[in-house]
Unconditional design. Sequence first.
Length: 442
Amino acid sequence: MPELKLKSILQKCGVVGAGGAGFPSYGKLTDGADLLVINCIECEPLMYTDYELVREKLPEIVQGAQLVMEHTNIKRAVVAIKAYRAMTLGLADSQELAPGICVKTVPNIYPMGDEINLIYQVTGRLIKPGNLPISQGVIVYNAETVYNIRNAVHENMPVITKWLTIGGDIPEAYTVKVPVGMRISDVLKAINVTVPKNYVMFDGGPSMGIIKNPASDVVVKTTKALIIVPDNIPAVVQKQRTVEQNLRLAASTCCSCTRCTDLCPRHLLGYPLEPHKLIRAGLYPAQETPELIRTASLCCSCDICGTFSCCQGISPMMVIKEYKKILAEKGMKYVAAPGQEFTPAENRDSCMLVSQKWKEVLGVAKFDKHPTYIPKDLTADKVEIRMRQHIGVPSVPCVAVGDKVTVGDMIATAGPGLSVPQYASITGSITFVDENRIIIEA
C-alpha cells in the first residue's frame, strides 16, 4: 500500500492525535523520516490511558506501527514508555517487539511526554526551535493514535470511540472506552462517579488539562482523562487566576530570580524561551510589538514555570498562552535561522522535575491510584459530535435533522485544507445540526 493510500485512509477515517493535540495524523506522513516514536509516556499525573492500551492492545499497537513503517519506508520504531511502567507490564529497555520495533524506557520525569523532550531523550536528536520532528527524520504518534491507525487500515474503522482514565479524588479510578461525543455526565453516571460541591473536573491531566463543566461538556477525540479534584489544590488555584491577575502579580511581586527560566524544560534544551522576560512584557506591548514575544510560540504549556518554579505564585505559562493567541492572529512564530545551532544545558539532567515531586506540588499525589479497567465499552443514548475535534479546518456537516444514521456513518465531511470527517458513534436520529455540532439520539 503506497504512502498516499495510507494518507487517504487516515484522513477518511478521521484519525487525529489522540494524546491531546488533535493534529490530523495523515498530515505527519511525509518523506524523510527514518524513525517512528510511539509516545506512551503519559507524563501527566493520575493518567493511565496509554498504560492500559499497552497492557490490553500491545499487538494491535505494534501492527499499527508496522503499517506506518511499511508505507513510509521507515526501518526503525521505538515504543517509548516510563521505565517503572514498562517493568509492571513485563517489558524491558531495548526489548524487540517485532522486527525493527523495540521498547525504549525513559525516566519518570515531567514533562517527558512533550514530543520535543521525548525525541531528544530517546534519540539524542534536537529539534530546532520552530521546526517539526520530521526535520530530524522523526514521526511521533501517541499509542492510541497508532491503535486507531491499525483499526482504520485493517478494519476500515473510523474513530468513533475514545479510551479514557477517570480518576482523582474519587473512591476508585477507572479506565474505560466510550463513544466519541458521549456526554461527560453520562460517562460519570455509568460508573457511579459524581463531582461533589467545591470540586472541579479536568479534561486531561491536572497540569495541562482544562477545567470543564461535567454537566454540559462531551468526550471528544482528544479527551484523554477526566480528573476530579478539590478546587483548593495548587493545580486548580493556578488555573483559576486570570491573565490580568498574573500580570499584576508579576509587576508587583516578581523578584527577578529567573528560576522560571532556569527550570523551563524547553530552555534546558537550549531553546531561547525565557519566561521571566515574557511575563514582564505585558499584553499591550505584546499586541503593539509582537516581535517581543515571538519566543512564546516555543512554550509547551507544562506550567513548571508557575506552579513549581515561582516563589511568588505567578504563572508565566498562563500569560504566554495569551501571547500565543496574539502570535496566531498575526501569523507569527519563532523559527530558528538557517545554520543556527542550539545546545542543551549541561545541567539539564539534574534540573529535570521528578514526577512524584510534581504530583506533590500540584496537590494530587494522594489521589493517585491504579485504575480498574472496564473491558466492556460504555454505551450512550445521546451523543454530540463536535466539528472542531482537531487542529486545522472544522468538519462540515453533511446530514440534516431527521436523518437516520448507523454507527460508522459519515455525518460530516472534511473541510477544505487540513481537516478530517466525523462519524456517527451511535445508531439513531439526527436531532440537531449547526456548523459546530451534530446531536444524535438513539
